[in-house]
Design a protein around this ligand. Structure first.
Ligand SMILES: Nc1ncnc2c1ncn2[C@@H]1O[C@H](COP(=O)(O)OP(=O)(O)OP(=O)(O)O)[C@@H](O)[C@H]1O
Ligand SMILES: [Mg+2]
Length: 237
């Protein structure tokens, strides 16, 4: 792939976008390439007793990957309400400035070979009046990677996302299946094959469920997982 910026979206919230972003960064690193991370907007961010913010995605990613960028640059916009950014900003006041996100993105990009930018929720999460989350990918000229589930329903959800993207001039560069939900139904075995009859978009990964919280924080284990289950050669083109 020519592109050096990837926008990670998903068929839903909690589908594993942050986890996949982390694995991508670890996979790049093992190829001798450094990748930065940005999560431009995060909602549901609680305020700690000392007034600091409890960034969930940025903190996890920074902690495991060791990325040094400061958290306010990684995530310039936060809202406490567990709502879409548009709804949260209406409720709490303030607005999301796309220009600011783009400015911060290019600032970060300057120090890395590759950039991974994670959306909040899925493509059509309202970002601000007149804009959806996926608009960020367009403005930063990113290749879009769609994270999807492993079990029953994945074909429908994945194809709906692909069809929307196609009809709106958005190119999905790849699909990553992530079994965050520990799905074990019969369809898990055939979904990828059936789906590939309906789309030419390459599968860039098929990540199994990790059993323990400890595994999700074990950098050595995750590095091995990234090399085994992410098709980094395809991503690098
Ligand atoms: N392959 C996996 N095995 C086990 N647990 C996973 C896996 N992938 C993700 N998880 C867990 O599932 C939860 C959701 O994952 P993650 O935070 O990456 O989702 P997300 O799509 O980034 O969510 P959000 O929309 O809130 O940003 C987390 O607790 C994460 O640790
Ligand atoms: Mg996330």
């Amino acid at each position: 792939m020519q592109n050096k910026t990837f926008f990670i979206t998903g068929i839903d919230t909690n589908i594993g976008k942050t986890f996949v972003s982390l694995l991508l960064i670890l996979a790049f690193r093992q190829k001798g390439l450094n990748a930065g991370y940005m999560k431009p907007v995060e909602t549901g961010v609680k305020i700690n007793k000392d007034g600091s913010k409890n960034y969930i995605d940025g903190h996890y990613l920074k902690e495991i990957s060791g990325l040094e960028a400061d958290i306010e640059t990684v995530t310039p916009y936060t809202f406490q309400s567990p709502l879409s950014p548009y709804a949260a900003s209406k409720f709490e006041g303030g607005t999301v400035c796309l220009k600011e996100i783009i400015y911060k993105f290019y600032d970060l990009k300057g120090t890395y070979d590759y950039m991974i930018v994670e959306g909040a929720g899925g493509m059509l999460v309202p970002l601000k009046q007149g804009h959806f989350m996926i608009d960020i990918a367009k403005y930063i000229d990113a290749a879009v990677i769609l994270v999807t589930k492993a079990g029953l329903g994945m074909i429908n959800h994945t194809l709906l996302n692909i069809e929307y993207a196609k009809s709106h001039g958005i190119k999905i560069a790849g699909i990553i299946i992530n079994n965050a939900l520990n799905e074990t139904d019969e369809s898990v075995l055939s979904n990828k094959k059936i789906l590939s009859a309906y789309t030419d978009i390459p599968f860039l990964g098929d990540i199994p469920y990790l059993q323990t919280e400890k595994d999700l924080k074990d950098r050595d284990l995750l590095e091995g997982l990234a090399l085994k289950y992410i098709d980094i050669e395809n991503i690098l083109g």
